[in-house]
Every structure is written in structure tokens, then in C-alpha cells.
Design a protein around this ligand. Structure first.
Ligand code: SF4
Length: 520
């Protein structure tokens, strides 16, 4: 496996005599900014000085456009020393969605834990949509500026002036990070012929076409220094795009992808020398066994700049379930080196994600990020898991739901079969509930953790909220009447071990209830 680079952003210092503008420049000058303090509050295992050191080294970024900071942005960080972050993509397309819908999706993604959001709109009023998202967002917003550069004009008419004007405009609006596909070079394009699926990045394919039409180098590469100057002024971070990322397992880790990654390493050094924060975008579709290598290669070539990966999908034959195929790869990626995971929804490859797809994608990726953080031993990362285990061991359903990432779904699924507070659930039933039996075995501590045991007094199960009822309706299995036939509300079941401490008696009580239910 490639060894980590020994170089950091400190090896590419600012030009002498310039006052610090960006978080990177402040950090390298030894200044701990208010944003670094806020990041440390949100990452309790890090001190403000830890944050400053990581930012100074280029291993962490704080994507916080100075304009967006004037709205509602709550500063966060992306880097290996912090918790793994997730990004949700959204955006109107020419055939679907509107500005209101996108703002609603932004709130929804925030509700489900997205740490950053990318506005990838390619249709509707792009400018108004971006403005509305920036005004309403507490999380950093990223864009792929080339999309808006070609709205209303032919690709071949894209000029250097249009590129720089558009970037300046979006930076002034408050966008926190730009995906710039400056690493796709003209000399890389011949590698594509060997691929099964060519170029799957929208930005990458547009720029490749531009280069072929104009017989010139990638304009983003040629303009890189000027782009850095614009981005520095507002502290917009680079998300250096992977325009040649593989679009299928067969194309993973090929010459095209690796040649571009090498160029991204060179661009990282140039951006750092200009004082601009950098993260690197990564693949795509990668067989599970190649993920570790990919993560470590990036860490070497880009000197530890945060790696922001899309998935990767570890198999190609499950359209409709790509949030799962990709979150398996994302977990491995985060464990081996990625700092932010770009979610994939069940609609990937098939259509524009709707509200529920956004939720499914966010949850899959929160699972991936959290699983990696636990495995990496980030201090405190497992605390909530341990608390939930204690509540589970105590058969304290209320606390179990409360500690769940999605309490509505957890409660709805539990209550679907058994909506009473009892010391077992419908999965195994009273007699076979190993957790209940363990609780009764006095030699085991399990189920007796202080503060986790349920109230001795029967607690009435809360009625399902509208959202929880909707979850059950969608499942379309049991009607509320059927559920209520299975259990009654308000008291602990007659067979609850608080009422009948002896198992034989509990079985007799259950039998009686069953007979009465069948008769009734
Ligand atoms: S019945 Fe089975 S699944 Fe339910 S709490 Fe007991 S052991 Fe767990």
C-alpha cells in the first residue's frame, strides 16, 4: 500500500507579506479563528488548537465562504481527525423539481444528518435556486459551476471570460466549495477508449468535449491560478473534481483515473501556495478489494488533503438499491482514508431523487460514516451505541426509541406488532426472549444499568404520530384494529414479568389471553 506523504500544506506557504484571508492562511499564520473554535465545539475530541494545526497542514478544511458566514452557516470541518461527514446532492433538473422543492429538500437533508449539500441544478432558475439555498442553509453548500456556465449557450462557446465571471458571481453569492474538474487533461483522454463506459462525470465529459472541439488544454487547468485568486478572496474551498472517475467496476483504478489523480496532487500544491483550502473528489465504482489502495494513493499523491468520495459502489447489478451497494464501499473508504462521503440514493442511475430517496440516501450514509468512526476509535463515537445497548438490555422501549437515529421508524416497527410496553417484543415472544431471560439471571449485570431500567409503573405507549402511522401504512401489513387485537394499550401485559415473575405462570397467562382474543 502507498505510504502517506511526508509533506503538508506548510510546505507550500503563502506569498510573503499577504494578510491572511482564508482559514488555511490564518491557520498557517498561527491564528485560531472563531470558525475553528466553533468546529472544536462540534467535535469535542478536538481542541481549537488541534483544529488549527490540522487546517494549517491541509489535512482539514472548514468550507465557510465569508459571505455565507453572514447568513446562517454553522461552521463545520472535513478531515481525518474529525468525524466522517456526509454530503447530500440535490438540484432541479430540466425535467423535474423547482426552487421551493429544492429548499424543502435542503431542510429534509439537514433533518436526516447531511453535513454539506451540493446544489447540482441543471434546470429551472439556477441562480434563484442557488440564492435561496444559500440564504436558508446552515450547512456548507457546494456547486459544480460549469453547469451554470453552459446554460443558454453552446458548450463550444464557453470562453475563459465566461468561466471567470461565473465563478466570481457564485463566490459572491456565498457558495462554500466549488467542484472544479481541472485535473482532466487533454493528454489523458486517449485512455478513455479502453473503458467500458467512458466518462461518467458530467463536468468531466463536458470539458473533454470542449478540449476536443477547441484542440486546447482544459480551460480550468489553464486558468487555475486565476481561479485560485477568485476563490481565495471569499474563502471558497476547492473540491477538485474527478472528471475521469470510473463509472463501472471494470474501469476502476485504470490509467485514466490514476493519471487524473496525479494531476490533482499537482493542483493541490498550487492551490495551497495560493492560500486556498482543498479537498479531492474520488471514485465512483470500485471493487471492494481496491478501495484501501485508492484511499491510500490519494493520501500520498495529495499530501493528506481530505478525500471526498462518491460511494464507491462495490457492485453494478443492483439499480434501485445503489444506496446499499455504495454505502458498503463508503464504509470501507471512510475506514481507510476518506473524510467525507457523498451519498447515493436508491434513484442513482435511474432518476432525480425525491424526498424519501433523500432520506434513504442520508441514512445509508450516516450508517457508513458512523460505522467507520466507531471502527477508527474516534473518542466518544460509540457512546450512543453503548447507551442504546443498555436501554435494549433493560428492555426500556422508550429509551430505545429515543436513542435511535430514526425514532419514528423504530417505534412504528415495534408497535406494528405489539404496541404495549412489555419486556419482550414480537420477534421472539415472551418465552424465547433471551434479553428478558438474561435480565432475570441475577449474576448478569445486563439490563440493570442505572438510568436505563424502565419505570416500574406501566407506561402507556405513546400513540403513533402521523409520520409513524404513515410508515405503517406504507408497509400495508396490519390495520390498526389488527394491531390492537394483538395487544392492548395502557398497562403492562398480564404476562409481563413485573406481573408474573415465574415463566410457567406467564405461559399460562398468555394462553388465556390468546384464547380470549380468539373467542372475542
Ligand atoms: S423478543 Fe427477541 S428480539 Fe425482542 S427483545 Fe427479546 S430477544 Fe430481543
Amino acid at each position: 500500500m502507498p505510504a502517506p506523504s511526508e509533506l503538508t500544506a506548510m510546505n507550500w506557504p503563502n506569498e510573503a507579506g499577504r494578510a491572511p484571508v482564508t482559514q488555511l492562511e490564518s491557520a498557517r499564520a498561527g491564528i485560531t479563528t472563531p470558525e475553528m473554535h466553533r468546529v472544536a465545539e462540534r467535535e469535542p475530541h478536538l481542541t481549537p488548537d488541534d483544529v488549527r494545526r490540522e487546517v494549517a497542514a491541509g489535512r482539514m478544511i472548514i468550507p465557510a465562504n465569508t459571505i455565507h458566514l453572514g447568513y446562517k452557516l454553522d461552521p463545520m470541518c472535513i478531515g481525518r481527525a474529525s468525524k466522517t461527514k456526509i454530503n447530500a446532492n440535490m438540484g432541479a433538473s430540466p425535467v423535474s423539481s423547482s426552487t421551493e422543492e429544492e429548499v424543502e429538500k435542503l431542510r429534509w437533508a439537514d433533518r436526516w444528518g447531511a453535513d454539506t449539500v451540493m446544489d447540482l441544478s441543471t434546470g429551472g432558475d439556477l441562480d434563484a435556486c442557488r440564492e435561496a439555498i444559500l440564504q436558508n442553509s446552515t450547512v456548507p453548500i457546494g456547486t459544480v459551476p460549469i453547469y451554470s456556465m453552459i446554460i443558454g449557450r453552446k458548450l463550444e462557446d464557453l470562453t475563459y471570460e465566461v468561466i471567470l465571471e461565473n465563478l466570481e458571481h457564485q463566490a459572491k453569492q456565498g457558495v462554500d466549495y466549488f467542484t472544479i474538474h481541472a485535473g482532466v487533461l487533454r493528454e489523458h483522454l486517449h485512455y478513455i477508449q479502453k473503458r467500458l463506459i467512458g466518462i461518467v462525470s458530467r463536468g468531466g465529459s463536458l470539458l473533454a468535449k470542449w478540449m476536443l472541439i477547441h484542440k486546447k488544454q482544459n480551460p480550468m487547468y489553464d486558468l487555475f491560478d486565476e481561479i485560485c485568486d477568485i476563490m481565495r478572496e471569499y474563502d471558497v474551498s476547492f473540491s477538485l473534481g474527478d472528471g475521469l472517475r470510473p463509472g463501472g467496476l471494470a474501469d476502476a483504478t485504470d490509467e485514466a483515473q490514476l493519471a487524473e489523480l496525479e494531476t490533482l496532487g499537482e493542483l493541490t500544491e498550487r492551490a495551497w501556495a495560493k492560500g486556498v483550502q482543498v479537498m479531492i473528489e474520488g471514485p465512483g465504482h470500485v471493487p471492494f478489494d481496491q478501495i484501501e489502495y485508492n484511499m491510500k494513493l490519494e493520501r500520498r499523491l495529495c499530501h493528506g488533503a481530505p478525500f471526498y468520495v462518491l460511494g464507491p459502489l462495490v457492485t453494478d447489478i443492483f439499480p434501485g438499491y445503489d444506496h446499499i451497494t455504495s454505502c458498503i464501499g463508503a464504509t470501507a473508504a471512510a475506514y481507510h482514508g476518506a473524510s467525507m462521503l457523498c451519498y447515493v440514493t436508491p434513484k442513482e442511475h435511474l432518476g432525480l431523487p425525491k424526498k424519501d430517496d433523500v432520506k434513504q440516501g442520508c441514512i445509508a450514509y450516516k450508517i457508513a460514516a458512523h460505522a467507520a468512526d466507531v471502527a477508527l476509535g474516534i473518542p466518544g463515537a460509540r457512546d450512543r451505541d453503548d447507551d442504546l445497548t443498555k436501554a435494549r438490555a433493560a428492555l426500556n422501549w422508550e429509551k430505545h426509541f429515543e436513542l435511535s437515529f430514526d425514532p419514528d421508524t423504530a417505534r412504528a416497527f415495534h408497535d406494528e406488532d405489539l404496541d404495549v410496553d412489555t419486556d419482550f417484543c414480537a420477534m421472539c415472544g415472551h418465552d424465547w426472549c433471551s434479553v428478558r431471560i438474561s435480565k432475570e439471571i441475577v449474576e448478569f449485570a445486563s439490563g440493570k444499568a442505572e438510568g436505563f431500567a424502565p419505570e416500574k409503573k406501566a407506561v402507556r405507549s405513546k400513540a403513533l404520530t402521523a409520520e409513524q402511522s404513515e410508515i405503517l401504512e406504507r408497509r400495508d401489513v396490519l390495520s390498526p384494529e389488527e394491531i390492537h387485537k394483538l395487544a392492548h394499550k395502557g398497562n403492562k401485559s398480564a404476562c409481563h414479568s413485573d406481573n408474573v415473575p415465574e415463566a410457567g405462570q406467564a405461559i399460562r397467562v398468555q394462553q388465556e389471553i390468546l384464547e380470549k382474543t380468539e373467542a372475542g
